[in-house]
Design a binder for this molecule. Sequence first.
Ligand code: PMV
Length: 336
Amino acid sequence: MTDRARAIFDAVLPARLPEPVAFSAAAPSNIALSKYWGKRDARLNLPLNSSLSISLAEWGTTTRVGPAYDGTDAVWLNGARLGPETGFTRKVVAFADRFRRGQTLPLHVVTENTIPTAAGLASSASGFAALTRALAGSFGLDLAEDRLSMLARFGSGSATRSLWHGFVRWERGARADGSDSFARPLPEIWPEFRIAIIRVDTGPKSRSSRDGMGHTVATSPLFGQWPAQAEADCTAIEAAIRDRDFPRLGALAEANALAMHATMIAARPALCYLKPESWQVLGRLRAARQDGLEAYATMDAGANVKLIFLEDSTPRIAELFPEAVIVEPFGAAATV
Ligand code: PMV
């Protein structure tokens, strides 16, 4: 851990942690309506711009952290114990080490993901958010929610926003140490809000968002435009949510996603997460919109397309995209 990252954990955690106890925590996955793309500090995982997301209710991660009485860290994922050399175990242990800071406190970490495989969504956001909550609970830490969000940021940027249900805004912050870069939930509840996930990515794994961001920031001549535009979009989307103006929100979210992908396509060499099938979905959506459908698209570091719309458009969406999986972000599962 770099000294600067360590200093953040030292400032928030007690000098010595107590023995862990068993503690479970859950966190939802999220999809950004206004994207985070580009870091201003890679070691502290600090974003160049603020972002705003909607959480995916019951789709997420549940993690239980407890003591390992046999003295060795052990990690389970979806019922299977993983070897210490796997990427997943290494990431979990490295994140726990940020908390343990050299203390010998072996842990059992049991992770269950509830995101349907059919959705093809990454689980790092909900995974690190649930792990942050579970580690804090296991070590009896009484941390404010904004501190938990700031610590989750060291796992992955999008995890910063996965501590809560509903709409969440991650403030980029201005301080060099990143202590003011964390998320907060927005108060607005929009029960009719819907998300459809259209999986088109069945090919090999795309380039990680960390690599993709670094490459875009370093080589894309269009990237210079992005941070200010993204900041403005984030603010405008928050206002559209407050005003319950769905067409304005949808148009902004779609434009923001396309602008992010434009910065990547302009990178040298080009980085294109979208596949021909993604563009086909966008074409069908645009045609349906001309026909009166009020639905908009957003895409992340992969080829899948996520649609946002309101409840009354559900039959039309299901008819147009029968393969879509539909999420109710303010459904019953989002209240627990
Ligand atoms: O924090 P990461 O590494 O999961 O990167 C997230 C990048 C995007 O999904 C493309 C945008 C976002 O804000 O979630």
